[in-house]
Design a protein around this ligand. Structure first.
Ligand SMILES: Cc1ncc(COP(=O)(O)O)c(C=O)c1O
Length: 377
């Protein structure tokens, strides 16, 4: 049985990257590895759309999120945290872990934050608010945030804008420098067609100044230390050598295809998936503010959502994601990012139809696949 990964991370890895990672390991304190690291950092800057340094951590994305608290803030600083799903909530949990008082903006799950709320709280909160923590693509709900509008608000304040783009980078448009985002956090296992295990952070001048003054305790995720190293094509500690060698290939492939083409492809795929769901009579969880990286779909009445996901995976080899936290069993999610192809998605929709039919859901058989194909045509 083939295994199709249609989950919003990890995503499939192209053979070129798999092959590169299987080569014999090389030492990291060598000119050979430094040249690779340099190419990877340049490739990342291209995708981040930034001239600023991009730090490379050997951790999952959450490690870099933790760094974006510990490395930027100081005791007594306040933050704004946008919470519209599990990953927005994580920003709040991280603030709490470091004793940072935060003002939450709680959004109904499935909706997107109104940038005006951030503007108002920043004005009311005065100079004590040092950071605004947001999520570009809230993977748990499939919602996209208008980061460009938020950046316009934070730009001329003392607060840095921190964006969790872990599931967004390489999947949806993100213009770090043009929009004026201070810190973008990303991960290897989603839009960047690589295995889990690497996290990335871009730092604006404003964020770097803040990091240099930061007094929260930190060690591994010290942004200033990592920045000094990456400028010398180095890392402070032993990096995940083979993952970095692998992502070099993935970044080359993205560059070859062209970033705009890649983003347009995901957009087309996401649109076709949404149309397919509509044709099957299924409702989107985020009908207005959807992200093109992942589509969240409501499980229809009378269908066991957890069993649907399990049956697709165990009986048919198609991995889609279920709902997380309070959405467990209520939604399923299909990713359109990274190395997920139109053929993979078609197979996924075909199988979704098969399993829904087995479970007694009534719909016109074949209508989902037909809508998917017609939209792509
Ligand atoms: C938006 C977002 N933030 C944070 C994370 C956590 O990243 P990781 O599991 O790599 O630590 C994820 C992973 O699913 C995510 O999608």
């Amino acid at each position: 049985m083939n295994n199709y990964l249609l989950t919003p991370g990890p995503t499939p890895v192209p053979p070129e990257a798999l092959e590169a990672m299987a080569r014999p390991i090389i030492h990291h304190r060598t000119p050979q590895f430094q040249a690779i690291l340099k190419e990877v950092e340049e490739g990342l800057r291209h995708i981040f759309r930034t001239k600023a340094p991009v730090l490379i951590f050997s951790s999952s994305g959450t490690g870099a999120m933790e760094g974006a608290i510990a490395s930027l803030l100081s005791p007594g600083d306040k933050a704004i945290v946008v919470r519209g799903g599990k990953f927005g909530e994580r920003w709040g949990e991280l603030c709490t872990a470091y004793g940072i008082e935060f003002i939450p903006i709680d959004i109904e799950w499935g909706r997107s934050v109104d940038p005006k709320d951030i503007e108002r709280i920043l004005k009311e909160g005065g100079s004590g608010i040092k950071a605004v923590y947001t999520t570009l693509c809230e993977t748990s709900t499939g919602v996209a945030t208008d980061i460009e509008a938020i950046a316009k608000i934070t730009k001329d304040t003392q607060a840095v804008l921190v964006v969790d783009a872990i599931s967004a980078l390489g999947a949806v448009p993100l213009k770090t420098d043009k929009w004026g985002i201070d810190v973008v956090v990303a991960g290897s296992q989603k839009g960047l067609m690589s295995p889990p295990g690497l996290a990335f952070v871009s730092l604006s001048r404003k964020a770097l100044d803040m990091a240099e003054r930061s007094r929260l305790p930190k060690y591994y995720f010290d942004f200033v230390k990592h920045k000094k190293s990456i400028e010398k094509n180095d890392t402070p500690y032993t990096p995940a050598v083979n993952l970095i060698i692998g992502i070099r290939e993935a970044l080359r492939l993205i560059k070859e295809e062209g970033l705009e083409n890649v983003l347009n492809k995901h957009k087309r795929h996401a649109r076709a998936v949404r149309r397919a769901m509509g044709a099957l009579g299924l409702k989107l969880f985020a009908p207005d503010t959807y992200s093109d990286a992942v589509t969240a779909v409501r499980v229809p009445e009378g269908i066991d959502g957890a069993r649907l996901v399990k049956t697709m995976r165990d009986n048919y080899g198609i991995a889609i994601a279920g709902g997380q936290a309070r959405l467990k069993g209520r939604i399923f999610r299909i990713a359109t990012m990274g190395y997920i192809t139109a053929d993979d998605l078609k197979k996924g929709i075909e199988t979704l139809e098969t399993v829904l039919a087995e479970m007694g859901y009534k719909f016109e058989k074949g209508s989902g696949v037909k809508a998917f194909e017609e939209t792509l045509r």
